[in-house]
Design a protein around this ligand. Sequence first.
Ligand code: MG
Length: 379
Amino acid sequence: MSRIAVLIVAAGTGARAAMDKPKQYESLAGIPMLRRSVQAFLGWDVVQVVIGPGQEGLAAAALDGLDIPAPVPGGATRQESVRLGLEALADFAPDFVLIHDAARPLVSDAVTGNVVTALEHGAPGALPMLALADTLRRRDDSGWTLVPREGLYRAQTPQGFAFAAILAAHRQFAGHAVTDDMALAELAGIAIEAVQGDERNFKVTTKEDFGMAAALLAGETRTAMGYDAHRFTEGDHVWLCGVKIPHDQGLLGHSDADAGLHALTDAILGCIAAGDIGQHFPPSDERWRGASSDKFLRHAADLVAARGGIIAHCDVTLICERPKIGPHRDAMRARIAEILALDLDRVSVKATTTEGMGYTGRREGLAAQAIATIRLDVK
Ligand code: MG
């Protein structure tokens, strides 16, 4: 097995994006862009990050908890930063190195695999390329001249090389300004093989790029429903959607019998196909006797978060003749939003009766149904 190192170049100052901090440290759908780029390569032998001067604090925050060596400071140019990163990997002496821009967080395993396969089959250098789809025009004195796009390609990263050869090239041509590692490899006579790139692996540079990348990361939308009912019993209050409501009856149940939160918990569990509330909190378990149902709901939300998902929206309908829900609706929405840490406009609570029909109509009990929508990150 060949040993493969990854060098993530994150030394830029990100001036073009006009953001608060260098763009590689900006949040992309909740995760710093640099962290996403590093995470895309954690399966390889070592991931070395090169950062700009004074970015130690930003990098430490962005990379917190990841099992990688400390970032090394880069130089005044990208080329110099890459060379310093390669020097930091010299003791590890990998067979191959993949040099990747921190600003390409959507790199796929398929593209990286194409590069590695080419290297393992003997290519001294390999990089992902994409054909151009747009028509190209050059502006000159006579107007707009058509530039034939045949034979024109866009170079992406990771650019992969035999480690010893690219390190030697960087040392030899340290004084020559080149635009990327491919150009430097050509100076050093390292042959390059083109492999298939990916449109998603674009360089995130502007605010608009961040929006486009976030949309791609928004990933899969899922919706599921939940339903619950509880019987009325003697008592002086009910719990519904996390709110205590005075009433001339109570609700029978092992926990606090909050049918609204139970239905919503099941809806959220359904979105990630994680069973139902009874599997997670069995009624036979004494721990949940009289339990406050916000625990159940929070647990379901935590499971979604653990899958890299977010809750986009939830909607609960309470079905009963009594108690009157209207006066408590705002408090219910606020409580659910609080438990799920959502904005209020992502939480809906509605109520209806069944016009005297059925068990809710006879006031034997009440029912609730809920629907939840979540988004799972593609990464
Ligand atoms: Mg229940």
